[in-house]
Design a protein around this ligand. Structure first.
Ligand SMILES: NC(=O)c1ccc[n+]([C@@H]2O[C@H](COP(=O)([O-])OP(=O)(O)OC[C@H]3O[C@@H](n4cnc5c(N)ncnc54)[C@H](OP(=O)(O)O)[C@@H]3O)[C@@H](O)[C@H]2O)c1
Length: 348
């Protein structure tokens, strides 16, 4: 029997329900789930209703590891018994594909299925499933959408070392971003609270500069402008507090695109010349022309990125069973996470 943690109505706790085990269609895979990585967006959907799910009842969840237990008749790339790491595409919203259940279908055409390397233990797999969504968005944003180099690419002779501003370098997405950019040969200017300053400095490298984001906003702005101008400005936090701040930095250098991680919550007045851009950042990986990048993400960056020093594990708290998911989402939305990721382990 299948079992899922289901959101039945807005602002209600997730409830556990028994469901039939789905059957994969010709191009689909059926995965028996072992570990589920919990993402910030899921806490917002479940506990704040922003963004709202497509409909209720809804099975959230995007990141998981597991074993393939059935394959559709047209699948040739995978076999029953393969251990895989999956990141669901954000726009794939049907309940059979949601990660908060024991048996999940991988949608036809869904490419972000990475084989778990031979010998990888449970803790290593947990570290990876905790980061897979943010890591795929990092590659999608910087290399897929902005065409920047990826880790391992050669910096061509004479190529300028561009300066990038990552506002919110101590968030999970931010940490992965500063490390990705540093490993690709860019200079990174970023922010952190004093608590995570040491970690963020290490991840962003010796040519980076990290500003304390707990300083008064005017002081943060002065310090960040002094380190510019920037070829890319990303606001990893994208709240009504941070968007005005990051836009003022862009405005000081004549405007440009402000890459955001969240949609607008309420009408915003941005300085002239500043355009706020938001999308699910892994989407670009599925676009024509980015097939090679997707292959690199699935075959190299995700499974071997930690080994190569391109991404680093964050503190993971493991919890057991689908019944723990609701409590974790509540803690995350209250800001308890602070640098920590949560992974749910399912029993047999
Ligand atoms: N669009 C997309 O494709 C996409 C993909 C993934 C995630 N996201 C979104 O990106 C955001 C970040 O996700 P995440 O997983 O990285 O979250 P996270 O790790 O939970 O981020 C929390 C951290 O953000 C930092 N922070 C909070 N408020 C801040 C502020 N005002 N200024 C600077 N730093 C601040 C804090 O660092 P300190 O502890 O140092 O204070 C905090 O620990 C979320 O809203 C998520 O939904 C979007």
């Amino acid at each position: 029997m299948n079992e899922a943690a289901i959101l039945t109505s807005p602002n209600s706790p997730l409830t556990l329900q028994a469901l039939p085990i789905p059957t994969p269609s010709a191009h689909e895979l059926l995965i028996k789930v072992s570990l589920i990585g919990i993402n910030a967006i899921e806490a917002k959907i479940a506990k704040r209703g922003t963004p709202p799910p497509p409909s209720y009842p809804f099975i959230p969840g995007s990141s998981y590891t597991g074993t393939i237990v059935a394959i559709g008749s047209s699948v040739t790339k995978y076999q029953v018994g393969d251990r895989v790491l999956v990141s669901k595409r954000f726009s794939t919203q049907e309940n059979a594909y949601g990660a908060y259940q024991r048996y999940v279908l991988v949608a036809a055409g869904e490419e972000m299925v990475a084989r778990i390397p031979e010998g990888m233990n449970k803790d290593e797999a947990a570290a990876l499933v905790a980061l897979i969504m943010n890591a795929s968005c990092v590659a999608g944003l910087f290399s897929g959408r902005l065409g920047l180099r990826k880790p391992g690419d050669e910096v061509q002779e004479g190529e300028e070392r561009e300066k990038t501003l990552i506002y919110g370098g101590s968030s999970s997405f931010g940490r992965l971003a500063v490390q990705y950019l540093r490993c690709a040969g860019y200079d990174v200017i970023t922010t952190s609270s004093p608590q995570h300053m040491g970690t963020v400095r290490t991840l962003s490298g010796s040519r980076s500069h990290v500003v304390d984001h707990t300083l008064p906003p005017d002081q943060i702005i002065v310090e960040l402008i002094a380190k510019g101008p920037y070829s890319v400005v990303v606001d990893m936090i994208s709240t009504p507090q941070t968007i005005p701040l990051a836009s003022r930095i862009l405005a000081s250098q004549g405007g440009g695109k402000l890459f955001a991680t969240q949609p607008m919550f309420s009408p915003e007045r941005l300085p002239e010349g500043v355009e706020r851009v938001f999308e699910p950042w892994s989407d670009s990986l599925y676009e024509e022309g980015n097939e090679g990048l997707m292959e690199w993400v699935v075959g190299t960056y995700l499974p071997f990125g930690m080994e190569k020093g391109w991404m680093s594990a964050q503190e993971v708290e493991m919890v057991k069973g689908l019944e723990s998911v609701d409590g974790v989402l509540g803690r995350m939305v209250e800001g308890y996470g602070a640098g920590k990721r949560f992974v749910v382990e399912l029993g047999r």
